[in-house]
Design a protein. Structure first.
Length: 225
């Protein structure tokens, strides 16, 4: 069975999000790539600026962090104060490894925008604790931006952007990005979620521009010389 192509934004996903269902849960319920769901929701938010507010209002009220959670957070802060560094999830010490894994999950939440402001404020006493997630979030935002820019070019009837032999700097930026996606795909390094999103948003992205052949020269007859 072929992959289902949905015109963004997919109405059912938008309504689920409006009811307070997070993108990751929507993706799991509909067996869809999370990156695809997030893309559709980004389009929806541009059309409906109030959508984010409605989603937040529909979220279930939390009773606050548990005592164990607060203790773990304080242990992370104390670890930094004592050792002068962040705990590693791969440390030999079981205690440090536990702290490292806990902090990793908080970074993931910060990246997804679901981290409690109170937890963020407490962790912000540790310089740079969220830099890893910040860089990843910036890279992901840049990738999504390039995807949308190439889509706009194609929707306007433009050709696939070139990564070389073009004087247009903007075209070259998009061409380099698209060329990198093709290289990653050919080398098996492209994330399945991104491949699925490229297939849905930019059909034919792997083939690119058709390679035209030079017209054959017609042999001249002796009388034409």
């Amino acid at each position: 069975m072929g992959k289902v192509r949905r015109t963004a934004p997919h109405e059912e996903w938008v309504e689920m999000y409006r009811r307070g269902i997070p993108p990751s849960r929507i993706a799991a319920l509909d067996s869809a790539p999370a990156t695809t769901v997030r893309y559709h929701l980004q389009v929806a938010k541009k059309l409906e600026p109030e959508l984010e507010t409605e989603h937040a209002a529909a979220l279930p009220r939390s009773e606050g962090p548990s005592t164990a959670f607060l203790t773990m957070m304080q242990d992370v802060v104390d670890f930094y104060g004592t050792c002068g560094r962040l705990p590693s999830a791969h440390a030999k010490s079981p205690h440090e490894a536990t702290l490292g894994r806990w902090l990793y999950l908080r970074r993931r939440e910060a990246q997804a925008g679901t981290l409690s402001p109170a937890v963020r404020d407490r962790l912000d006493v540790i310089p740079g604790w969220g830099l890893a997630s910040k860089r990843k979030a910036e890279d992901e935002a840049r990738w999504q931006k390039r995807l949308q820019q190439v889509k706009e070019v194609r929707d306007a009837g433009g050709e696939w952007p070139r990564h070389q032999k073009t004087p247009d700097a903007d075209e070259r930026v998009l061409g380099v990005w698209l060329h990198a996606q093709r290289i990653n795909y050919n080398q098996g390094k492209l994330a399945p979620e991104k491949e699925s999103l490229l297939n849905e948003v930019l059909p034919g992205w792997r083939e690119g521009r058709p390679r035209g052949r030079r017209p054959r020269r017609t042999p001249q007859s002796p009388g034409d010389r």
